[in-house]
Design a protein around this ligand. Structure first.
Ligand code: ZN
Ligand code: ZN
Length: 268
């Protein structure tokens, strides 16, 4: 059962850095690997995004392996060639994204993972790889995965995973706006845990409007209005060191609000 109890959702934070990976001693605590969450419940596992955080994945027995992409920005797909079991003959890997007008998930992946961006395409891997331009909700075991459109340049997706009455919402690469907040508030309603893109400080946000990311205080607005129990800030800016993030987190931290750290495991 993946080390989970019957009613438990286990979330492993494999990568929580935004935009590009970081390396070196200044980002060891919060972590330098990009977006990737592993959600496990009822004996099944799903990945949300495949940033290079997917290299931190534990062994998972799932066949097929299921990966849900928010969008194709590099920080969310960097780890795609390292999806577990991708090179295991006889194994299956299912890749999902929200169905989009005019392009398929396969075409989008092919634009990145082939010459000259990468030496080979998806067809080279020995697992049976299937791409799904999905209509949501999708069921993986007893987990229900729902999706909604985010607010982000070039589009992105917000996910909600529900299992035995508990829900987590993954709203990375989301730019808050008063005019459009209603969509996320409805989608995240009464969630137990909201992962929210709080990449920028209030000051930084002033010069980065339209980049597709939000601030911590905007996450608080969604948390309160959607009656979400807990808020985890993700997509840390690559320029924010551990010291910077720690000082910032100390100012905003409560029992319900904290900053995500790579390697952290949350059980709901
Ligand atoms: Zn991103
Ligand atoms: Zn993005």
């Amino acid at each position: 059962m993946n080390g989970t109890n019957a009613d438990e959702i286990k979330v492993s934070l494999l990568g929580v850095r935004g935009s590009t990976p970081t390396s070196g001693k200044d980002t060891l605590e919060y972590g330098g690997a990009t977006s990737c969450l592993l959600v496990q419940a009822g004996g099944r596992s799903i990945f949300l995004d495949a940033g290079n955080g997917i290299l931190n994945a534990p062994d998972i027995p799932d066949d097929p392996v299921s990966v849900f992409f928010t969008h194709m920005h590099l920080d969310h797909v960097l780890g795609l060639p390292y999806i577990p079991h991708l090179n295991d003959k006889g194994h299956s890997v299912d890749l999902y994204a929200r169905k989009q007008e005019g392009t398929t998930l396969r075409e989008q992946i092919d634009q990145i993972f082939r010459h000259p961006g990468w030496p080979c395409g998806l067809d080279v891997y020995t697992a049976r790889v299937t791409t799904h331009d999905a209509q949501f909700p999708v069921m993986i075991g007893e987990m229900e995965i729902d999706a909604a459109k985010s607010v982000h340049p070039g589009d992105s997706t917000v996910y909600r995973v529900t299992y035995h009455g508990k829900s987590i919402v993954y709203a990375t690469d989301y730019e808050y706006d008063e005019a459009t907040e209603g969509t996320l508030i409805d989608f995240a309603k009464n969630a137990d845990l909201l992962f929210f893109d709080g990449q920028y400080t209030e000051e930084e946000y002033q010069t980065r409007r339209g980049y597709g990311h939000s601030t911590v205080s905007q996450g608080l607005i969604i948390m309160e209005k959607a009656h979400v129990k807990q808020l985890k800030i993700v997509h840390h800016d690559p320029g924010h060191t551990d010291r910077f993030l720690k000082e910032w987190e100390d100012k905003v931290k409560t029992e319900r609000i904290s900053f995500a750290k790579e390697g952290e495991i949350i059980r709901l």
